[in-house]
Structures are given as C-alpha cells and as structure tokens.
Design a protein around this ligand. Structure first.
Ligand code: MN
Ligand code: MN
Length: 506
C-alpha cells in the first residue's frame, strides 16, 4: 500500500475507534493497568463466549418449576467452579427450602460466598450479583432465541445478558486479568452471588445476618452492579434509591353489595367516602396534601443541585419514548429531582369496585383503596404512617359517615442514600474517567432496590451501585442485551477500580 494511503487509513481507523469508543476520549494507560486493559481486549471473544455459556442456562427463579430449579443449581455450580479456578476459596451455602403458596416445597439454590486474598494491608471489597433471570420465551416477541447469546451490531442479545450475568462476569474477568498476568490483586475481593433475586432474594437477608461477623467482618465496601446508566453512552454511578410505603384504606358498610334502586339515596356509600379519601391525598401539581409529610425531606444543597445539571438526559426524547405529552415539570433538573429526591404519592386501585365493561347499578358494600408513597431521605417510615392515618381520619370524620374506615401500611421499604465522598465513590469516579474519559452521571433510582439498603442496614458498610449496562438494555423485557462495548469496557472499569481503591487506601 502507498505509505500515504496507509497513514490516511490508520488515521481513519483511529477516528473510527474514537467514534466507536463513544463521545469521550480516553487513552490506553501505561504500566500494569495498560497490561490489564490489553489482556482484556485480547481476550474479549473468550469473555463473550463465557457469557454465551451462562446465558444458555435457563436459570429462571420466577416460575417455581422443578426443571428451572435444576437449572438454577447448575448455574450456581458453574459460577462456584469458575471462582474456584480463579483461586478463590468458595462456599456454596445451602439456604434450605422454599414453601410455595400451593403447599409445594422447592429447594433454594445455594448462595455462593467466595474470597480471594486476606491481606490486612489491603482494603476488602465485596461484590454482590445474581445469576437468576426473568422468564423469557421466544414467542414473547424475541428477535433471537433468548437463551442463545446472539451478537448483532455490537449488541449481545440474550436473557440475563445485562441483568445480571454480564456484570457478574465482568467483575470475574477483571480479577482473572490480574491472575493471568501473575499480578497481585490490588484489593482483597469477596463475592456474594445469589440465584433468587428476581423472586425477592429469598433467604439472602437471613444469610447476610448470619454471616455478619464472619464472612462480612473484614468487608469494608460493597459494590452492586445491577442497574443501568440513564444514557446510552455515558456511564453513571448510583448513590440512592427511594423507599416505598404501601397503604390500604378500607371503607365498609357491610360485606354484601347493595342495589342502587333499593338503597341509593339513603346510605353513606362506601365508594363515595373512599373517593373523597383518595382525592384528599395529592393535588393536581403532584404535591402531597398530607400535613407534615415534607417535614423531614432532606433540604437541597448547592452541591447536590449541581449534580442534576451535569446529567445527560434529553427530556424531549424521554417524553417521546414514554409516550407522555407533558410531564408535571418542564426542566430536566425538576423532573430528576421529583423522581429521585422528593416523595411521590400514587393511587393504584380500588378493590371491590365494579371494573368490568358495561353497566351495573351496584353500590359496593365494602371497598379498599390502595396507594403508596415513595420515600426519600430522611423521611421516617413510622412518622409517615402516623401522618397518613391521622390525615385520613380527619378527612373521614369531616364526612360524618356511618361507615367504618380502617387504614394500614402493608409494606415499608426504607430509602437508601450513600455518601458520594466516600472512598469507593472517589475510586469509581477516577476509574470511570480512566476508562471512559468522562465524569459519570451521578444518579439515583426512583424505584426501590432493597438489596442496597439491606447491606447498608445489616452490615453498616459503604454500599455503591456501579452499573455497566446502557439505558436501552431492556432488562426484564424482550430482546434484553448488553453491548459488547459495555461488557468489555466494564471489565476494564472494574480492574481500574481495584487499583484506584488500593491507591486511596495507602
Ligand atoms: Mn437484577
Ligand atoms: Mn431483574
């Protein structure tokens, strides 16, 4: 080839690589990290192959069928073997059986506890992940077989690719790169990997309690990589999730329904009471009307305000993809704050109401309204419960109804918030800058991910969510995928994170 043409071709290649690498530029680091990155690049097809083997296992924990349980056991066994081959000491902990509502009992797949290294001079980081998946059938509308990892345009399609098999493997690959290069691991590493996350993490909390002073005693940091960025190309770090408190309010006249021709006009109708109660909860601007409910919401600081401004979110695109004409708020910052750092109240349904098509002139004798409040720091669940009960009692008593009202809180999950100035957040930020050439979006999740709070509450250790997947990965849905780029750069990110943790520890 003409040398000039050759130079042009290589310049073009560099340009293409930069484009491929996203909108940010990062350079290959030197030294050990450079070697690790190179190892990961060279072995990326092997890494994809391992993911393919793991995705091929139908480790569905949601449908309690014996054949899926067998697959779950096989999956956990494979993971334990893989960790053993890395040199980890591995304990597959039997966590007993699960009693199903129909009386059937099924064995729960073991929870894998593994550890590599126990050098007291190094920090100890524990990785949490899960290897069970949501159900998937080809006829649900998959373009490829959900259990055959298939690459199309750099996207690796398959059930569990992003939730959560890919990220678990990325962490393992990061460890394996140091091992393969005969390098000391920069940190002590532990793993806790379960197979029942999609079914509500049955048995996990109990095990964490039980292992608090053993397996977890030396653990200083816990990393979870089981959520997504809010962008397609810009990495994120998650430092909080909202909690949730779920309420039912029952209004009862009698157990039987009434005929509106025979009783209409002479009754305090339960449904009218309930509609008034539900209508008193939140106004048309989304503001919750329960007195005192905002009292303990953390005030917005200047530092926090800046975080929202820097986040990569196209509100117009978000509106379109959600098929919503107008949100309650017009700016990115307000939308994010109301999803993440302010409480919200949603009305979900009415039990006992007539909800079939067509007409029926019934007066329900007893109805139950359902609503929930997404909780944020530093709201206190038992205070919220009292405020809700008090408010509904006040509204109800003003109606002078002869019906009976009963309010109960049927679920309570605390919000979670981490200190973003903690060492592991600093290390992750630096690692993201090294691998992706940008600062991360500092994000929270508007929904509740109990696992972070469980670790924080039981173990009192620093918890961080460090996602690898892109916003369009489609976890739980048809055509779930992880981009090859996210999977491979994610493996590098974890490796860089280990080294940054070691640096900060010195
Ligand atoms: Mn998950
Ligand atoms: Mn999931």
């Amino acid at each position: 080839m003409d040398p000039k043409l050759g130079r042009m071709a290589s310049a073009l290649l560099v340009l293409l690589l930069l484009l491929e690498g996203g909108m940010f530029s990062s350079s290959q680091p030197s030294g050990l990290l450079g070697e690790v990155f190179q190892y990961i690049d060279v072995h990326q097809d092997d890494f994809v192959q391992t993911l393919k083997e793991w995705v091929a296992i139908e480790s569905n924990s949601v449908q309690p069928e014996p054949r899926f349980r067998q697959e779950l056991f096989r999956m956990m066994g494979l993971a334990a073997d893989k960790l053993r081959r890395l040199g980890a000491s591995v304990d597959s902990v039997d966590v007993g059986h699960q009693q199903l509502p129909d009386g059937q009992t099924l064995p729960i797949p073991p929870i894998v506890l593994a550890e590599l290294g126990n050098d007291p001079k190094k920090p100890t980081v524990c990785f949490y992940g899960h290897l069970d998946v949501q159900p998937a059938r080809p006829e649900d509308g998959w373009l490829t077989n959900p259990y055959t990892l298939t690459e199309v345009d750099g996207k690796l399609y398959g059930r569990g690719a992003t939730d959560n098999k890919g990220p678990v493997l990325a962490w393992i690959h990061a460890v394996s790169a140091f091992k393969a290069l005969d390098q000391d691991l920069p940190v002590n590493i532990k793993f806790i990997i379960e197979g029942m996350e999609e079914a509500g993490s049955v048995a996990l909390e109990e095990l964490v309690h039980r292992e608090k002073d053993r397996f977890f005693s030396s653990v200083e940091y816990i990393v979870i990589s089981d959520n997504l960025w809010i962008s397609q190309r810009k990495p994120a770090l998650t430092y909080g999730t909202r909690g949730n408190s779920y309420f039912t309010v029952e209004v009862k006249c009698r157990d039987q329904d009434f005929h509106s021709g025979t009783f209409g006009g002479i009754l305090h109708e339960p449904m009218a009471d309930l509609v008034a109660l539900l209508g008193s909860l939140v106004d048309s601007s989304g503001h919750i009307l329960i007195p005192g409910i905002y009292d303990h919401v953390a005030p917005l600081t200047e530092e926090e305000k800046k975080l929202y401004e820097a986040i990569d979110l196209d509100l117009g695109e978000y509106r379109n993809s959600s098929q919503v004409e107008k949100f309650l708020f017009d700016t990115k910052e307000e939308v994010l704050m109301h999803l993440w750092r302010y409480p919200s109240l949603s009305i979900h349904g009415i039990e006992g109401a007539y909800d079939e098509p067509g007409m029926k002139t019934v007066i329900p004798g007893r109805v139950i309204g359902k609503f929930s409040i997404r909780l944020v720091p530093h709201m206190n669940m038992s205070v919220v419960e009292k405020q809700v009960v008090q408010h509904l009692q006040d509204v109800f008593s003003r109606r002078n109804s002869s019906n009976k009202m009963a309010v109960s809180m049927t679920l309570g999950l605390h919000p979670w918030i981490a200190d973003i100035n903690d060492n592991q957040y600093l290390a992750a930020k630096r690692a993201i800058r090294t691998v992706f050439g940008t600062d991360p979006d500092m994000i929270r999740d508007g929904s509740t991910i109990p696992i972070a709070k469980i670790f924080q509450e039981i173990l009192q250790k620093s918890v961080m969510m460090l996602p690898l997947g892109a916003v369009d990965d489609g976890e739980h849905s048809q055509n779930e995928k992880i981009n090859r780029w996210n999977y491979i750069e994610g493996s590098k990110l974890f490796a860089a994170f280990f080294l940054e943790m070691a640096n900060l520890h010195q």
